[in-house]
Design a protein around this ligand. Structure first.
Ligand code: UDX
Length: 446
């Protein structure tokens, strides 16, 4: 099939490359010339395991192209909307201007035939109700365009795998049966490989499909804040939240995933999505339904202050002039994404409190140096920990999880390790002479 993907950020670029991998002819459109030049040359503009190979293969096969010229989307049979919906500055809601622009571009440049409509599939995370508005706009455009909402659930670090082998596919279809069937047929053709592999398919109306995405992210955020709340209880009582999570996770109804307590969630999706969801609930007059998400957000942000306070206590009450080595600055491992990173927020707070920081990260060092020239970002972990009063793991990169405690013991000024992600073995570090501090991990002989 001929496919256009509008918006070549994280979601769009990965989606475009994966659609080419499935054998489709794909053109990715974006206004950012630098990004498009890189993608067109087969060079990934961000760090994502496995993406480089899929991108390169697509570009070399001739099935995958990238452009800033909207006229290039004219003959596509499906247009995917994959632009960003970032949080509005100073407000909870989502900025929908990129979606509106993508819709205008499609109306202007798509060339559907009169017989068969052209499908537009929305992937961006949008406030519920958006799909109907876009569909109405298409109806009034005089062009034979049909909209489906087809949310995407990819995680950074697993984006290629999640796109090619999703847990489920969701189609949000219009209430008009003929249009809905037409949309379903085109999507089935597009995702034929996945459907043949028996990927579960959920077909619903527009609002359900829009809500699925924010509901899933809200649930995940709630799970993380729940376990972080339990970490506070563990801190107050001497319990160990990692054991607690393991024990409750054996219950199938709860499950073991997303129960890792620590410095909380961040990134380009969970925080902004729960806030936009609350804002939308307010507009719909059902804000009470989501007041619990306010608490989820608050618990999450409190984790960052908790980590700063812990560091302060560990180094003797005042951070001023104390040397802190921060290991990991991205919002999670296997990405160079710094958006709403709890690690960066904590580092900024430590810095503001006068700490002498040294930060290392396997993927985001250069980005951080560029963005925050005021922060010190040494090349090596050894340099960062030298003379440190405390070492803090804030992102659980494999290199840090596997770190041999004896290898850096003699470099630090004081052997204090703060495990912001609860990924280290406290006994191993204590046995090597370190003072271990976790997030809700009381000292236990068991
Ligand atoms: C998330 C959703 O998982 C994905 O389905 C959606 O499409 C986009 O948003 P992503 O932002 O890539 O994906 O990251 P995710 O793996 O969900 O992690 C989000 C944050 O939660 C990270 O900061 C991570 O460190 C944190 N987290 C995750 C925890 O603190 N504890 C956990 O147990 C799990």
């Amino acid at each position: 099939m001929r496919i256009s993907v509008i918006g070549c950020g994280y979601l769009g670029a990965v989606h475009a490359a994966c659609m080419a991998e499935l054998g489709h002819d794909v053109v990715g459109l974006d206004v950012d010339e630098d990004k498009i030049a890189k993608l067109a040359a087969g060079v990934a503009p961000f760090h994502e395991p496995g993406f480089d190979a899929v991108l390169k293969r697509g570009v070399e096969s001739g099935r995958l192209g990238f452009t800033t010229d909207p006229a290039a989307i004219a003959d596509a049979e499906i247009h995917f909307i994959a632009v960003g919906t970032p949080q509005l500055s100073g407000r909870l809601g989502a900025d929908m201007s990129y979606v509106a622009q993508a819709v205008r571009t499609i109306i202007e440049h798509a060339e559907p035939g009169t017989e068969r409509p052209v499908l537009v599939a929305g992937k961006s995370t949008v406030p519920v109700g958006t799909a109907q508005l876009i569909s109405d706009e298409f109806d009034g455009s005089g062009k034979n365009l049909v909209l489906a909402w087809n949310p995407e659930f990819l995680r950074e670090g697993y984006a290629v795998k999640d796109t090619l082998h999703p847990d489920r596919i969701v189609y949000g279809l219009p209430d008009d049966v003929a249009k809905g069937e037409a949309a379903r047929e085109v999507l089935n053709q597009c995702y034929a490989t996945m459907l043949e592999a028996e990927t579960p398919l959920v077909v619903a109306n527009y609002p359900t499909a829009e809500l699925v995405k924010v509901a899933a992210n809200s649930f995940l955020a709630t799970k993380i804040s729940f376990i972080n709340a339990m970490a506070d209880l563990c801190d107050a009582t001497g319990g160990d939240v990692t054991r607690l999570a393991e024990a409750i996770g054996y219950d199938d109804r709860i499950g073991p995933k997303f129960l890792q307590a620590g410095i909380g969630f961040g990134g380009g999706c969970l925080p902004k999505d729960i806030r936009a969801f609350m804002a939308r609930a307010g507009e719909l007059g059902v804000d009470e339904a989501l007041t619990f998400l306010r608490e989820v957000d608050t618990i999450n942000l409190r984790r960052r202050d908790h980590a700063v306070r812990l560091a302060e206590e560990v180094v003797g009450g005042s951070l001023s002039g104390k040397k802190i080595a921060v290991l990991g600055i991205t919002f999670k491992p296997d990405t160079d994404d710094l958006r709403d990173s709890p690690a960066l927020d904590i580092a900024s707070k430590l810095w503001a409190a006068g700490a002498d920081l040294a930060i290392v990260d396997p993927a985001a060092g250069d980005k951080l140096r560029e963005r925050r020239p005021d922060l010190r970002v040494p090349e090596t972990l050894e340099e960062a920990v030298t003379d440190a009063d405390a070492v803090m793991i804030l992102t659980q990169w494999r290199d840090f999880v596997d770190l041999d405690p004896t290898s850096i013991r003699d470099l630090v000024a004081a052997p204090n390790i703060i495990d912001g992600r609860n990924v280290l073995d406290p006994k191993r570090w204590s046995d090597a002479g370190w003072n271990y501090y976790g997030m809700g991990r009381g000292v236990s002989i068991w």
